[in-house]
Design a protein around this ligand. Structure first.
Ligand code: NAD
Ligand code: UFG
Length: 339
């Protein structure tokens, strides 16, 4: 079975390529390297001792995508390629609507043309907005609060209409909670450009003294210690969820939606303290005002993914903190530079 992975050089895509190769799939990656580096391809090969085919290019490029499908005999697609920075999507919404929507529409057009109708799509817990109840179930109301999240909901709707128009499609929409951690080899992990927006990459930069302290955005939420609570999921667990989703779409037709989270919420302070403890490092922080648009608490009910995909997360918060730090330390030793 040959799987096309769009955005396969990125954070979640690269870990998923590893899982695919280790599970006997052939892998073709298309990535324009707008938020990743080409050396990730060699690292995936090194980890798995398997080859993969890499196309450097844009999923929005219909000619390129047509050429890829004409040349490769693709059986299924996992579509990661997208822009994902919430803050930037607020200041530059057109960039997000253009890339995230165009890439999906071009991809689906070409898939239709070549009769490849098996798709796994990366959505996000951000589609739920500020949930009225917890834990979050797939059936909850969807109301994203920023342009990035709106692109994800729009794509979910496009995919639903596509299935309604042609029910030979088979689509799994995966709503990720907060992916963190890195592959145990320390070769691949999250390596964001510039100053990170997300908690774990920011903590990693404080741990390595690249940034002086963490700003904790508010300690007056109605949570265990006043700081925001999220459902952090190890990226390797998340990637294994994609293998289950690919197996599912290869067997069935239909469109379905799955929360990929652990079901456990941890506060910012719990993450900071666990990271400091397991890695024996000090994480300096300051409490500052709330970040606009943040919600107090967000965690999944992942039981539907277990029922339908037989998938559940197995790694805990200590693994996530340990593997994140080991990735950053390993890459620092090998000349990791802040981009
Ligand atoms: P990432 O930025 O590390 O990976 C995305 C990859 O896609 C990058 O390698 C980038 O170069 C590539 N890309 C972007 N636009 C492209 C295009 N038009 N053509 C070709 N390549 C393109 O992001 P990630 O964290 O690995 O996220 C993967 C997917 O999961 C995204 O769709 C993202 O929205 C979604 N997601 C991520 C998170 C998270 O917190 N990381 C949470 C929920 C959902
Ligand atoms: N936080 C800080 N300081 C920081 C960064 C974050 O205190 O420097 C706090 C936030 O206030 C929040 C928690 O840490 O309480 C997690 O914040 P992240 O930015 O890491 O993650 P979010 O839950 O805000 O959003 C992330 C992705 C979205 C995605 C969402 C759900 O950025 O794209 O998870 O998957 F949609």
């Amino acid at each position: 079975m040959k799987v096309l992975v769009t955005g396969g050089c990125g954070y979640i895509g690269s870990h998923t390529c590893v899982e695919l190769l280790e599970n006997g799939y052939e892998v073709v990656v298309v990535d324009n390297l707008s938020n990743s580096k080409k050396d990730v391809v060699d690292k995936i090969k090194k980890i798995t001792k398997h080859d993969l085919t890499f196309y450097q290019g844009d999923v929005c490029n219909l000619t390129l995508m047509d050429q890829i499908f004409a040349k490769e005999k693709i059986d299924a697609v996992i579509h990661f390629a997208a822009y994902k920075a919430v803050g930037e999507s607020v200041t530059n919404p057109l960039k997000y609507y253009q890339n995230n929507l165009d890439s999906t529409i071009v991809l689906c057009e070409v898939m239709s043309k070549y009769n490849v109708k098996k798709l796994v799509f990366s959505s996000s817990a951000t589609v739920y907005g500020n949930p009225k109840k917890l834990p979050i179930k797939e059936s909850f109301a969807l109301s994203p609060t920023n342009p990035y999240g709106k692109t994800k909901l729009m794509i979910e709707n496009i995919l639903k209409d596509l299935y309604i128009s042609d029910n030979t499609w088979s689509i799994a929409v995966l709503r990720y909670f907060n992916p963190v951690g890195a592959h145990e080899s320390g070769l691949i992990g999250e390596d964001p450009n510039g100053i990170p927006n997300n908690l774990m990459p920011y903590i990693m930069k404080v741990a390595t003294n690249e940034l002086p302290y963490l700003n904790i955005f508010g300690d007056d939420y109605d949570t265990i210690d006043g700081t925001g609570v999220r459902d952090y999921i190890h990226v390797v667990d998340l990637s294994k969820g994609h293998i289950k989703a690919i197996e599912k779409v290869l067997q069935d037709t239909g469109i379905d939606y799955y929360n990929l989270g652990t079901g456990c919420g941890y506060s910012v302070l719990e993450i900071v303290n666990t990271f400091a403890k397991v890695n024996n490092v000090k994480i300096n922080y300051k409490i500052v005002s709330r970040r606009p648009g943040d919600i107090a608490c967000c965690y999944a009910d992942p039981s539907y993914a277990y029922e339908k995909l037989k998938w559940r997360a197995t790694k805990g918060i200590e693994d996530m903190c340990r593997d994140s730090y080991s990735f950053v330390m390993k890459n620092k030793e090998h000349g990791y530079k802040n981009k």
